[in-house]
Structure formats: C-alpha cells, structure tokens
Design a binder for this molecule. Structure first.
Ligand code: FAD
Ligand code: NAP
Ligand code: SF4
Length: 676
C-alpha cells in the first residue's frame, strides 16, 4: 500500500486488538446531551454515522455509567440492563453501515456525580461539586467492578466493537488510583499496587467475559495536574498494569476536572500535552492515543511522526467538521472547518444540560433538523456583511444552489473575528475566517470587499440579508470625548497605544479580552507549549506529584496597570464562558488587574475616571480610558430598503446586539440560509 502523500503517518493503518483501523484518527468521547434526550439514540446514531462516513477510523460514544450511582447527573445515561442495550443497538448499527467502528465509553463519575447517591473510594467532596460522596463498602467495590463488566457485556451484545473504560479526568477510577481521594484501609487502598487493582480488575474481568475479539480501550490519565495526583513514574506503573490486565490500546486524558490549569480551552496551545503521552508510549507495548487540542491534521501528523503516540483523539474537532478525516486524507487542509476550542456551543452547553453543538458548524448535533437541501428555485441573494453571521449565511445559501453576492465595506472578510484573533488564545479565530472564505469561493459566492452597497443596488436582488453587525456603544459620560478615551477597536487594531495606567469601562467578554490583550502581549503562553507549561507551573520531571511545580509560577510584571470597571454588582466574569471564564479570571488576577463593580461614572478628565462607589467619590487615575460598554445593532440600511418595498432579513448583531456572540450569529446565518 502506498503512503498517503499528505499525512503519511496519520493514514497508516493500525492494528488495535481484533481490528485493523484504516487510519490513526479517533473521535474522542464527548457528551452531547442527546444521551438522555427524547429520541436521543436515533439522533446519536445519525451524529456518529456522519462522523464515521467522514472517514474517522474509530469512534467513542459519550459517557454511559455502569450503574445508577455512577451516573454523572440525575438523568439516566447508563448501560446497565437489556433496555439500555436494546436502545443502543441503532448506534453501532448506523456506524457500521457507514463503514466505521465504535466503542461505548463506560464511565463511573464517583465523587463528580451531581446526584445525592454519589459514591467514592473515600467520603471526600470534590472542590467542583456540592455533593459529598459516601465511601463505598468493600463489598460494594467488588460489585462496582462487576457492574463495569456487565456494562461491557451489554455493549458487546448491543453491537459495539468494544468499550473505552474511563480511567482519567478524576472520575471514579482516577479516584481509586490517587492518595488525594483514596484513603481506604482495605485491599482497595494503601500502596499504589492496591489502589490500581480497581482499574486492573475491571480490565481483566472485561477481557475474561468479552473475549479477545472485543476491543478494550483504557483511558489513562497521563498527567493529573492536581496535588496528591500520580507522578509520571506512577502513571507508567498503572499503564503497564492495565496493559498486563488485557487492554488493547490506551487513550490518554489530561488533568482532573478539578485541576486549576486549562487543559482543552483556547488558552492551551495545540498539541501541548503530547510530551506526557510520549513518556507513557516509551513504557508500553500496546498502541497509545494522544489527546487534547489536536485540531489540525499537521499537528496530528507531527505527533505520530515524532513517535509521541500511535493515534490521535479528536473530539470537538469532529463537531466542527464531520469530514475531517476524509478531507485530511485528500490533502484538503483548506477545506477543514477548524475547532478553535471556544467551548461555547459544546462543553458550556453540556454544563447547563443543553445539547452540544458547534459555534463554527451549526449543524453539529442538529443533523436531523438543520438540513441544507438543494434549492428548488434559484434566487439572487445579497448578503451585506462578511462577519460570522454573513459568512455562515452566504456559504450555506450558495451551497444550496442560490446565486449569492456578499458585500463588506471592510477590505477583508471576518468582521469582529479580525479583532478577536489578536486576543491571546484566540489566534485560531483567523483560521475560521480563512475556512469560510474558501467555502465561499468554492460555492461560487461573488465577494465584493471594500464595498458599501446602496439600497438601489440591493433592491435588485430577490432577497437581502443584513448581517451588518454592530456599532460599539459610546456611553453618555461627561468627558467621553477627552483625548485619552479610546474604543476597544482602536486598541485591538493597534491604532492607539495605551499609556501605563489604563481604565477599562465595561467588563463583559470584550472588556476582559482587552485586559488580557494588554497583560499578555503576544500570547506566547497560549501558542507555545513550553511557555504554556512554565506559565501554569507544569513540570515534566517524572517524579513530580501530579506533574505540578513545587511553587506556584511567578507572574511577569505587566506593562500596564489596569482597572476594570462596571456599574453592576454581579460577580466579575459572570458572563464569560462557563468552562473558559475561570482561566481568564486567574490570568487577570495574576497580572494584578484591579476590578471595581457597582460604580457610577461621573466624568472623565485629565486625572482619569471619576466614579462614585458605595456612596463615595473616587478617581481611577488613568492615562488611557478604554470603552468596552457593549454594542448597538447596525441597521443603517433598513429604512432605505423598506422605503423601496424590500423587507430585509436581519441576522447576528444587526438583528440584536444584546447577548450577541458568534455562536448565535453563525446559527442565525445557517438557519436563514437553510430556509431561503
Ligand atoms: P460582525 O462580526 O460585526 O460583522 C459585521 C460585518 O458587516 C463587518 O465585517 C462590517 O464591516 C460589515 N458591514 C457593516 N455595515 C456594512 C455596510 N453598510 N456595508 C457592507 N458591510 C458592512 N464572540 C464569541 O462568540 N466568542 C468569542 O470568544 C468572542 N470574542 C470576541 C473578542 C473580541 C475582541 C471581539 C471584538 C468580539 C468577540 N466576539 C466573540 C464577538 C463576535 O465576534 C461577534 O458576536 C460576531 O462577530 C458578530 O457577528 P456578526 O456577523 O453579526 O457581526
Ligand atoms: P457585554 O458582554 O454585553 O458587556 C458590556 C459591558 O458594558 C458590561 O460590562 C456592561 O456592564 C457595560 N455597559 C453596558 N452599557 C453601558 C453603558 N451605557 N455605559 C457604561 N457601561 C455599559 O458586551 P461586550 O463585552 O461588548 O461583548 C459583546 C459580545 O461578544 C458579548 O455578548 C459576548 O457574548 C461576546 N464575547 C464573548 C467572549 C467570550 O469569551 N465568550 C469574548 C468577547 C466577546 P455594566 O452594565 O455593569 O456597566
Ligand atoms: Fe470547537 Fe467551539 Fe465548536 Fe466546541 S463550539 S467544537 S470548542 S469550535
């Protein structure tokens, strides 16, 4: 067989237990929220089948618990009886019909369970959970092992090719492994050799009961990132024991959920943890999978070519592009919709018990309802504005068969994404713009940059879509025209260089981002794995407990002294992403950014910003005052179009600026285009 000319290592077949996989791409386990939704199994079947048809060699389902105690939430997401088994059958069937292979993930949440019957090795509450678990009795530990075995047997009967046993991220198996959470005095606690028995007994008995023609993938925490976690040497001991117990392949997990170090958010450089996988790979004989922030084929290829791992796991990137593998195989890098790790439409949704979708691919998780059918009647469509809303709308409308012209007054496509991409960690927003630009080109969209169309020109189209975005709000504060006042666009575009003392008015997403931009400069910690590790105190020394430095890393002295101001009294950062906002708050606190809420703005003058807070007047001394006070919709064209009898469609910021984000903008664009 000749090697793939584009990514030769990624597309080399791999033997995993009884299977020979056609490539090295795994779709990692991801909770989608469909697991317990009405009709969820059929929707999951469509979701996974699309990814299998997209060339992914092996897929892993979201988490299913082997018993009710192990359920993550009160909703039933289990593999515990014949009913579960029968409901699941459609999933492996659909994947097999699409030419793929799929494993069921068995996960016992232990002390991360959000229901009152949570259990754990010891009755120790997790810092990220309100529920204190009950310690399992010795006989219950034995029973729990058997529950995993039953789950695997049922998965096999349902038609799955194997199971992934979830042994990482701080769930029950991790909890047994570490002294942090296992303080038992019976044979399941004590020295590591006893603490790891829970993991090895599960693997050994699943192998015994399910036979050799059933894949056992074990997800190993290759880096715990918590105090009292395992050292690198201990992780190797666990890996070898799991291999000896009968696992076919190891997947890797990075960091417990309670770790205070980002592991998958956009603050993490691509492929940042491959070194931790490499350490284990050198110690075992079975294949090993690298994971976390592997979102492009060249990153995946390098990891395998360097020998850091045998396979790569992509989870969110499979939401962003179901055809990732086929496109990579064909060398169509420009055609891949890149996941930029925002977590906004996927993980953040799961935390509020929603359905996982994708910001850059609104169809993900909506496969059965957002259908882009070919048009019956071709229309001439004008889309004004090439930000996320306009890009998404123009691409889908043209792909469906309409004749689309996209106008933007700017000289480049992307709208506000061109500002977002200068924020440390958001560099990849630029990739999304490039991807959509390429999609427009392929779909034959006529793109008119540097063009502000008039109503006469627009009225000649069958449909007009206004995706003209927003205008930054200029609050009515005395002195707002003072020369030291700048808008966030002035700062982020580099038009204005701020002085050493900065006051930021407004602490929404853009206020926080602007502060981060000022304290982090080039964002090296978000793009370079070595700088990232230093920044967060991660050490590679295999003897270090949990992979953490003994001392907290020191923050570099920031160039600016920043005060973030807002009028409301809600906690700072409350509007940021659930799974990413905490990182931003840590970053700004480390850089000494002051935060002052509940203020009334009185005036801006040579001294700075005069505010009243708690009834007292204060001056926030500032050389530069940056306004990040939200936005107003830009609907300048509406009146003139309506005067000509045209009723334009409004999407994104042009429709509603409040609570606007790119997730809503792209979704509205796609939904409108699907309906036109
Ligand atoms: P816009 O992106 O504003 O695009 C409007 C387009 O219309 C522009 O290109 C403009 O040039 C064009 N236009 C306007 N009027 C005309 C006209 N008359 N003729 C022709 N063209 C016209 N969102 C998130 O979801 N996650 C984030 O992490 C995030 N980070 C951000 C960070 C920063 C620093 C900024 C500034 C924004 C961020 N956003 C983020 C917000 C996100 O970028 C916006 O919600 C999104 O861009 C809105 O999309 P839109 O298409 O409605 O409008
Ligand atoms: P925003 O989140 O709505 O925040 C606006 C800020 O301005 C608030 O702090 C508000 O706080 C203040 N404000 C509003 N009206 C004001 C007025 N008249 N005078 C003074 N202050 C005023 O908007 P944004 O920061 O501009 O962000 C725009 C959108 O982009 C957001 O909705 C967000 O979803 C998206 N975004 C997301 C991210 C992300 O990381 N997910 C990052 C950036 C942007 P007070 O009313 O308390 O003063
Ligand atoms: Fe990736 Fe964001 Fe899409 Fe989630 S929502 S898959 S993080 S791009």
């Amino acid at each position: 067989m000749t090697a793939n000319p584009h990514y030769p290592h990624l597309f080399e077949p791999l033997k995993v237990g009884p299977l020979t996989l056609p490539n090295r791409i795994l779709m990692g386990s991801m909770h989608t929220g469909l697991e317990s939704a009405p009709g969820g199994h059929a929707k999951l079947a469509a979701f996974y089948a699309e990814r299998a048809a997209g060339g992914t060699a092996l897929l892993v389902t979201g988490a299913f618990a082997p018993n009710m105690e192990g359920n993550l939430s009160p909703a039933r997401e289990t593999m515990i009886d014949e009913d579960d088994r029968d409901a699941h059958r459609v999933i492996p069937q659909a994947v097999h019909d699409a030419g793929g292979r799929i494993l069921l993930q068995l996960l016992h949440a232990g002390r991360y369970s959000k229901h009152p019957n949570a259990v754990a090795p010891s009755a120790l509450r997790a810092p990220i959970n309100k529920v204190t678990p009950r310690a399992l009795e010795t006989a219950e530990v034995e029973r729990t092992v058997e529950d995993f075995v039953r789950g695997a047997v049922l998965a096999r009967e349902a038609g799955y090719d194997g199971v992934e046993i979830m042994g990482s991220e701080g769930y029950l198996i991790s909890q047994f492994l570490c002294l942090r959470t296992n303080q038992r005095s019976d044979a399941w606690g004590g020295p590591l050799a006893q603490r790891l028995r829970f993991a090895t007994e599960i693997v050994r008995r699943v192998r015994e009961r399910c036979g050799r023609d059933f894949v056992i993938q074990y997800r190993l925490s290759v880096l715990d990132l918590v105090e009292g976690g395992l050292s690198g040497d201990e992780i190797i001991t666990v890996a070898r024991a799991v291999e000896a117990a009968g696992a076919d392949i190891l997947n890797s997990g990075i960091g417990w959920h309670e770790a205070r170090i980002p592991t998958i958010a956009h603050a993490v450089p691509r492929g940042a943890f491959a070194w931790a996988t490499r350490r284990v790979k050198q110690a075992v004989g079975i294949p090993l999978i690298a994971s976390n922030r592997i979102n492009a084929p060249e990153i995946a290829e390098d990891i395998i070519a360097r020998g850091d791992a045998d396979m790569v796991s992509l989870a969110r990137p499979m939401l962003a592009d179901a055809e990732f593998a086929n496109k990579a195989k064909a060398g169509d890098r420009a055609g891949i919709n890149i996941c930029f790790a925002c977590n906004q439409a996927c993980l953040d949704q799961i935390f509020v018990r929603g359905i996982a979708n994708c910001l850059v691919n609104p169809r993900a998780g909506r496969e059965t309802e957002l259908v882009y059918a070919p048009v019956k009647k071709k229309k001439r469509i004008a889309v004004v504005g090439g930000g996320p809303a306009g890009l998404s709308c123009a691409a889908v409308a043209a792909e469906r068969g309409h004749e689309v012209t996209l106008y933007d007054r700017a000289s480049e496509l992307g709208g506000q994404f061109n500002l977002a991409k200068v924020i440390p960690g958001k560099q990849e927003f630029g990739e999304s713009v490039a991807y959509y630009a390429e999609r427009l080109r392929r779909a034959g969209v006529k793109t008119m940059l540097g063009t502000t169309p008039g109503e006469v020109e627009l009225a000649g189209h069958d449909e007009v879509v206004l995706a003209t975005g927003i205008d930054p709000r200029r609050p009515d504060i005395a002195g707002i025209d003072h020369p030291k006042v700048a808008g966030y666009m002035d700062i982020l575009s580099g038009r204005v260089r701020p002085g050493p003392r900065v006051a930021i008015l407004g602490a929404g997403g853009i206020g926080f981002d602007t502060a981060l931009y000022l304290v982090e400069g080039q964002g090296k910690a978000q793009s370079d794995p070595v700088a990232f590790a230093e920044h967060w105190g991660i050490v590679k020394d295999a003897a270090s407990v949990g992979g953490l430095a003994a001392e907290a890393p020191k923050a570099a002295k920031p160039e600016h002294q920043i005060t973030l101001l807002k009028r409301s009294t809600t906690p700072f950062g409350a509007t940021l992403g659930l799974t990413t906002g905490w990182t931003l708050r840590i970053e700004l606190a480390r850089a000494g950014v002051q935060m002052l809420g509940g203020v009334t703005y009185n005036r801006i003058d040579d001294a700075g910003v005069h505010v009243t807070v708690d009834g007292a007047e204060r001056v926030i001394e500032a050389d530069t005052v940056i306004v990040c006070a939200g936005q107003e919709p830009n609907r300048a064209l509406v009146g003139a179009l309506e005067a000509r009898g045209k009723r334009p469609h409004l999407i994104g910021g042009a429709k509603l600026a409040a609570e606007l984000d790119a997730k809503r903008a792209m979704l509205e664009g796609a939904q409108l285009a699907a309906a036109l």
